[in-house]
Design a protein around this ligand. Structure first.
Ligand SMILES: Cc1cc2nc3c(=O)[nH]c(=O)nc-3n(C[C@H](O)[C@H](O)[C@H](O)COP(=O)(O)O)c2cc1C
Length: 190
């Protein structure tokens, strides 16, 4: 039994699709409740996340970092940070951008540091990098080769049809991994 909150921002819908995939993967684990929270809305009262055993953070990469709206959520959590209210919860992250690199690692690093400041315990993707061999293809899981979290790439001139199925499956795998960790995580040591 456990509860996971997926907190995300998305200006144009791509990262929202990734968030839904993360949520579906998490919900595939029996006994895990999953809820998606739009960062701008939950920033008004981030204490509503207090019941979650794990928080999975997601934001588009804008100019080499998370979006301003996601940063608003981060700063809205400052009073919780002061009390270390999320200490011992599990955390993970995901991001989408137009570039294949797109400096997405900087965004995942930002999310990781945010979780570290809160005393949370980071769960990485747990998948080897895909599509790194001559026999590989973009259909492979983790085709963008991230370890710190889930990455997705979508062309800037396309809508959701530009999302790669493999990236959504990778996002789902992250959600499922966090959910499996929640199922066994005690967290009591904080
Ligand atoms: C203000 C802004 C800054 C962006 N900066 C980057 C960037 O640094 N790297 C990148 O690869 N794509 C960048 N992009 C492209 C977005 O990451 C891409 O369109 C992504 O799909 C947006 O996700 P969303 O639909 O969830 O908002 C930027 C887009 C905008 C609007």
């Amino acid at each position: 039994m456990g509860s996971i909150g997926v907190v995300y921002d998305s200006g144009y819908g791509h990262t929202a699709a990734q968030a839904r995939a993360v949520g579906e993967g998490a919900a595939s684990v029996p006994g895990i409740d999953v809820a998606l929270y739009f960062a701008e809305e939950i920033a008004a009262d981030p204490r509503r996340l207090g019941h979650c055993d794990a928080l999975i953070f997601g934001t588009p990469t804008y100019l080499g970092s998370g979006s301003a709206i996601f940063k608003t959520f981060m700063e809205a959590s400052a009073k919780i940070w002061l009390d270390q209210g999320w200490k011992g919860k599990l955390a993970a992250g995901f991001t989408n951008s137009a570039g294949h690199s797109g400096d997405k690692l900087a965004t995942l690093t930002q999310l990781w540091l945010f979780a570290m400041q809160h005393g949370m315990v980071w769960v990485g993707l747990g998948l080897l990098d895909g599509n790194g061999r001559s026999t590989g293809s973009d259909a492979e899981l983790n085709r963008l080769g991230a370890y710190a979290g889930a990455m997705a790439q979508s062309n800037s001139d396309q809508g959701l049809e530009g999302m790669q199925d493999s990236d959504l499956r990778t996002a789902s795998a992250l959600g499922e991994r966090v959910a499996r960790q929640v199922a066994t995580w005690q967290g009591g040591g904080r």
